[in-house]
Design a protein around this ligand. Sequence first.
Ligand code: VG1
Ligand code: CO
Length: 543
Amino acid sequence: MTIQTVATTPFAGQRPGTSGLRKKVSDYLQPGYLENFVESIFNTLGDCSGQTLVVGGDGRYFNRTAIQVILRMAAAHGFGKVLVGQGGILSTPAVSCVIRKHAAFGGIVLSASHNPGGPDGDFGIKYNIGNGGPAPEKFTEAVYIATQSISVYRISDEAAPDFDKIGESRIEQMQVEVIDSVADYAELMETLFDFPAIRKLFAGGFTMRYDGMHAVGGPYAHKILEGMLGAPAGTVINGTPLEDFGGHHPDPNPVNAAELIAVMFAKDAPDFGAASDGDADRNMIVGRGLAVTPSDSLAIIAANATLAPGYRDGLKGIARSMPTSTAPDRVAKALGIKCYETPTGWKYFGNLLDAGLATLCGEESYGTGSNHIREKDGVWAILFWLNLLAATGKPVDTIVREHWTRFGRNYYSRHDYEAVESAAAEAMMENLRAQLDGLKGRQLDGFTVDFADDFVYTDPVDHSVATKQGVRIVMTDGSRIVFRLSGTGTEGATIRLYLEKYEADPARHDIDPQQALAGLAAIADQLSDLKKRTGREHPTVIT
Ligand code: VG1
Ligand code: CO
């Protein structure tokens, strides 16, 4: 058996976005496409000899083929050992957990997360570093540069070993250990939450529905909710990962998880509803007749963190992405801790967590997590809420309303315009940037602009600077309009418009969010000329 050196030529556009290299499956099916990118990762890492790598994915179409190629290439690059999830299955948070627990060099996550799967869908690859978190931009940029001049890749001509059965085998000199996809992760969850109290809750007749959306969360929910916590069988629906996610769009928001929302808004709704995305790093929390916004969820978790055993000693700080609502900032203020504001994407939280500056992190896009790993974590967030419900004995809507009464309500919504012509979207952003200097102090339909900028982030730990992270127009009453272009789409451009308005008065906490935000939406359209420039009358998705 020999290591082959195969000649190849670069592919254009292998630049990782917000979270890894996401492309159409048809792109990945081109000979050498996957190999070039993996070779560039390994070359950027440098000497890999004797190191341990973790590999797994969300089970979507091409997951198994990609793992076979990665195993053969890892062997050719001298890795000592690869830990693979059984059947190629590992959620993104599980990869992070396994890297940390086994002190691995890093890991490769195969997922395009919330993007649809199947032969006509998307595929993605992401590299995570030794702390378990997404590689920082410095690394992903170096990988991209390497893809632009690649001329050969190295691969073993041996067949990849079977990874459906737990156990050990070899390819070349490299050991391949197939691990249980859930065990390490479940063990970590048990140290963070009050499992006996949650077991008691379920034993007392508490009802829940978890929608796995036929993505990777299912096996984790089956084992933890129905197995360890005693939730009745049938609590988990759509719990078997399928290569095309059963046609679902595995993005857990009220639009894509409409079935769960219908159940939770029905008369005989269960007590608690939840869903996660393709790679199970996101979560949606739903009470009876109330979907909790992700920003509120982060704020509520923060305000009640000490109810969970893993957070009994309190929080060091909170971090949220810039477009996320400022609800967590109000909690941080009350707790006397700092709330950091970072660009979109989990990679920006890594340094804050490593340095002990933040304990909880979150994004408006249904992502929440903590310092237990270095990824956002869907099942973790759901368990946090279960712990909260068990500890307080209150239903979800009461917890949310009491939070609003205490801190005020941050009305919040995101409007997505998907598959817009890229040039039109770029021109709209450029035009907004050109207006920024003149906006301060301007009166806009009852609002006064406090400041307007294109968000720049300086990492407080390594002082790296990220520019052009979203145009924000902040009003004197704290209301905000934010525009940015998505870095995960695979078709044209996706414009994200984020709207936020604060309301302190509990008598005004029952307004429909779209109505509460209509004034800001109108200002956003005036300033950006979005409708005219894109030819779109309405957003593709409103969350
Ligand atoms: C989106 C979300 C962002 C999230 C990213 C990856 O990015 O807005 O908050 O971190 O997806 O999430 P963008 O650039 O499309 O706005 V996941 O769960 O899809 O890996
Ligand atoms: Co995801």
